[in-house]
Design a protein around this ligand. Structure first.
Ligand SMILES: *Cc1c(COP(=O)(O)O)cnc(C)c1O
Length: 382
C-alpha cells in the first residue's frame, strides 16, 4: 500500500533541521531570543509591514488584536461565515458577539451583504468594534471594497490573513491590509513553525502592547508587578528558527503549489461538471496572486453524476485525504444562534466543494496518483 497522501503536510528539509539545531545549540530554549527577533524582522519585511510580533498561534494574534481594538461584552465584531472556527472563537474570547456575513463566488465576504449588515447593525445602535475579513484558502479579500464600507462606518479592519501568507493583491502582500493582520504557522498552513502565528502592523504602539500582553503583561520591574490581565502567547525561539528557514523557502513552496493547481486545472478540463474554485488565481501582470495554499474543486452533481461527498469517500478509500471547504460558521452548532447575514453561497460552496492534496512537499508522482484516482472515479459508469 502506498503512503497516505495528506492535504497539506509540512514541507521541511535539511535547512529547517539545521535551523532548529542552531537555535537549540544557541541556548535560548525560551519564548524569546535572537531567532525570535530575527524572525520578526524578516517577517515584517516580507509582509510589507513595520512590525511583526511572533506568537504561539494565529488565534492568539486575532485575540490580542481584538482586545486592543476594544472588543468586549456588548460589542459586535463582524466576520466572514466562510472561515475556520478560530476566527469566531477569538471574537468570543473577548466577550464580543460575532456577526457573520456570507461570501460571494470568490469565497470572500460579499461587499454588498457587508454593507447591508453594517447598515442594519448601525440602525440597531450596536457598536461594531472591528471588521475581520478572511483571506480564504490563500486568496486575498477585495480590501478596496470591504475597506471602503468599513471606513464609511468608522470601523477598523483586522485582516485574518492566516491562510494567505505570501499572497499579494495589487502589489501589496496580503498581511499588509488593515490596521493589523493575523497570520498562522500551524502545521498545515503554507509555511509552518509546527504551531505559531504573528500579528503584523504598522502601529508601533500596537506592536509593543501585543508583545506586553503576550508575555503575561509583566511590568518592567523585578518583583512581577501586573496592572493588566496578560497571556502566555509568545513563540518559542526554537520554532522561530524553523520559521526563518521556512520563510526563506516560501516563494519556491508557493510556486510548487501553483504547479499542483495547474495539474488539477488540466484534470478538471477533462472531466464533466468539475471546476477549480477561485480562478483566476493571479492577474496577468502578476501584481495579484493567490498563494495556492489549497486547491479545491467544485462538483456539479447534475453534470458529473456524483457528489463531492462521493468523491471524498472514494479518495479516503485510497488513502488520499480530501475535505469539504470550511463548514460555514452559521451552520456550526456552537454558533447557530448568532446573527448571520447569508445569501446561500457559503452553503453551496460547502456542499459542492472539495479541497485536494495541495502541499508543496508532494512530488509529481503523488499528484499524478491523486489525479488518476479522480479520473478513474469520474469515468466509472453510473
Ligand atoms: C488556521 C487559521 C486560523 C488560526 O490559526 P492557528 O495558528 O491555527 O491558531 C485563523 N483563521 C483562519 C482563517 C485559519 O485558517
Amino acid at each position: 500500500m502506498a503512503d497516505r497522501i495528506f492535504m497539506s503536510p509540512p514541507d521541511v528539509t535539511a535547512a529547517e533541521e539545521e535551523a532548529v539545531i542552531r537555535a537549540f545549540r544557541g541556548g535560548w530554549i525560551a519564548p524569546l531570543g535572537p531567532e525570535v527577533d530575527a524572525f520578526e524582522k524578516e517577517l515584517a519585511e516580507f509582509c510589507g509591514r513595520d512590525h511583526a510580533v511572533a506568537l504561539s498561534s494565529g488565534t492568539a494574534a486575532l485575540h490580542l488584536a481584538l482586545i486592543q481594538l476594544g472588543a468586549g461584552p456588548g460589542d459586535v465584531v463582524v466576520t466572514s461565515t466562510m472561515t475556520f472556527a478560530a476566527t469566531a472563537n477569538a471574537i468570543v474570547y473577548t466577550g464580543a458577539e460575532p456577526v457573520f456575513v456570507d461570501c460571494d463566488d470568490t469565497g470572500s465576504m460579499d461587499p454588498d451583504l457587508l454593507a447591508t449588515a453594517l447598515a442594519e447593525l448601525a440602525e440597531q445602535g450596536r457598536t461594531v468594534r472591528a471588521l475581520v475579513p478572511v483571506d480564504l484558502l490563500g486568496k486575498v479579500v477585495d480590501h478596496e471594497a470591504t475597506g471602503r464600507i468599513a471606513a464609511e462606518h468608522g470601523i477598523p479592519v483586522l485582516s485574518d490573513a492566516a491562510e494567505s501568507v505570501g499572497a499579494t493583491r495589487n502589489g501589496r502582500p496580503a498581511p499588509a491590509y488593515g490596521v493589523a493582520a493575523a497570520v498562522s504557522f500551524n502545521g498545515n498552513k503554507i509555511m509552518t513553525t509546527s504551531g505559531g502565528g504573528a500579528l503584523l502592523t504598522d502601529d508601533a504602539d500596537m506592536a509593543a502592547r501585543t508583545r506586553y500582553l503576550a508575555t503575561q503583561a509583566r511590568q518592567p520591574v523585578v518583583h512581577y508587578e501586573h496592572v493588566d490581565v496578560g497571556y502566555n502567547y509568545r513563540l518559542s525561539n526554537l520554532l522561530a528558527a524553523l520559521g526563518r528557514a521556512q520563510l526563506e523557502r516560501l516563494p519556491q513552496m508557493i510556486d510548487r503549489r501553483h504547479a499542483i493547481r495547474r495539474a488539477y486545472i488540466d484534470l478538471a478540463d477533462d472531466l464533466g461538471g468539475v471546476t477549480v474554485f477561485g480562478l483566476p488565481d493571479a492577474s496577468e501582470d502578476g501584481s495579484t496572486r493567490d498563494n495556492a495554499w489549497l486547491t479545491s474543486i467544485l462538483i456539479d452533481e447534475q453534470k458529473s453524476g456524483y457528489t463531492s461527498g462521493d468523491l471524498q469517500a472514494h479518495l479516503a478509500g485510497l488513502d488520499i485525504e480530501a475535505r469539504p471547504l470550511w463548514k460555514p460558521m452559521h451552520l456550526q452548532p456552537v454558533f447557530e444562534d448568532r446573527t448571520a447575514f447569508v445569501n446561500g453561497t457559503s452553503e453551496r460552496l460547502f456542499r459542492t466543494g472539495l479541497s485536494l492534496p495541495s502541499g508543496s512537499a508532494h512530488d509529481e508522482a503523488t499528484i499524478e496518483r491523486v489525479c488518476e484516482a479522480i479520473r478513474t472515479f469520474a469515468e466509472t459508469p453510473r
